[in-house]
Design a protein around this ligand. Structure first.
Ligand code: DGY
Length: 327
């Protein structure tokens, strides 16, 4: 079997692959392959272990050839994959759900507190030697305890983000296609429309997948519906927010602050955002704990091996491929 891993992943995943296929190939450099580099490595592959930074589309699948059985994505999100093209070609696509739920929900809270209590801003002030003594007006921020949390998308990660609000005695509103009865029972959460959530929430945390319907879900119009004292948190996908509109809203005081882990055109960040103090930015690291990344690598490797063995991988995304005639 010819296997390629597009960038070094945690050892646990590599060990699994090596045990089954000692001669698998990997990009040894810790960087994203250019499109040309990626295309030049895929011809003849049976299995590809990809990252969210690799675009898996019809062109790549055709260049790889009809023997390609599986692309195991090392991420829960799979908006980097053209699912339709993969399904049409009988290629299995897998992801890594569940193992990063806690880490991502934790990170959303880290961002929430960081922006509400102005942690990076005040730390920079201190490090710059500007702290000359306690001041009653220094770095006043927003309260968290007892406020309203608005969770946009109450799937796995949104649900667990909301659960953590119990420690802070918060009212929880959520939007979702489905009623999340468990969440309603656990924290008394109430399902509302997006407009109501934006109007009522002190903290709006985004947890939707990137789909045509969620691209720029947060734009100039929706930002104007939020309270001027509210904060926006994004650990989902960058294009869910119109960054130019957000920069303008933060500059004009339409909302109080924002904290982003993901960006519209990663790794680029809209320049207007970098100039602002009322925003906290992290480089897509919400799932970046040692244990979580190791579990993601293990899951992706196991999915890849199952697909190569002709078994149904545990985390198959395009389930309709299974049972169809596969090449
Ligand atoms: C994912 O898995 O989709 C995250 O964005 C990165 O861990």
């Amino acid at each position: 079997m010819k296997i390629f891993v597009t960038r070094p992943i945690p050892q646990a995943g590599l060990d699994i692959l090596r045990k089954a296929y000692p001669h698998f190939q990997m990009n040894m450099e810790d960087r994203v392959l250019t499109r040309d580099e990626l295309l030049s490595t895929v011809p003849g592959l049976d299995g590809l272990l990809s990252l969210l930074t690799d675009r898996i589309d019809a062109e790549l699948l055709d260049v790889a050839g009809p023997q390609l059985k599986i692309v195991a994505n090392h991420a829960v999100g799979f908006d980097n994959v053209d699912l339709k093209a993969a399904t049409e070609r009988g290629v299995l696509i897998t992801n890594t759900p569940g193992v990063l739920t806690d880490a991502t929900a934790d990170h959303a809270w880290a961002l929430l507190f960081a922006v509400a209590r102005r942690i990076p801003e005040s730390e920079n002030f201190l490090r710059a030697g500007k702290f000359k003594g306690w001041g009653p007006l220094m770095f006043l921020g927003g309260d968290v305890t007892g406020r309203t949390l608005g969770v946009v998308g109450a799937g796995r990660i949104g649900h667990h983000m909301a659960l953590r609000s119990r420690g802070f005695n918060m009212r929880v509103l959520y939007t979702d296609e489905f009623v999340n009865t468990t969440l309603e029972q656990e924290v008394g959460a109430r399902k509302v429309g997006l407009d109501e959530l934006l109007r009522e929430a002190d903290f709006v945390s985004l947890h939707v997948p990137l789909l045509p319907s969620t691209r720029h879900l947060i734009n100039a119009t929706s930002l104007r519906k939020m309270k001027p004292t509210a904060y926006l948190i994004n650990t989902s996908r960058g294009p869910v927010i119109d960054e130019a509109a957000l920069a303008e809203a933060l500059r004009a005081g339409i909302i109080a602050g924002a904290a982003l882990d993901v960006f519209e055109n990663e790794p680029a960040v809209y320049p207007g955002l970098l100039e602002l103090d009322n925003i906290v930015l992290t480089p897509h690291t919400a799932s970046a704990t040692i244990a979580t990344r190791s579990n993601m690598a293990t899951m992706a490797a196991n999915n890849l091996l199952a697909g190569l063995r002709g078994e149904r991988p545990e985390n198959l995304v395009n389930t309709e491929v299974w049972g169809k005639h596969r090449r």
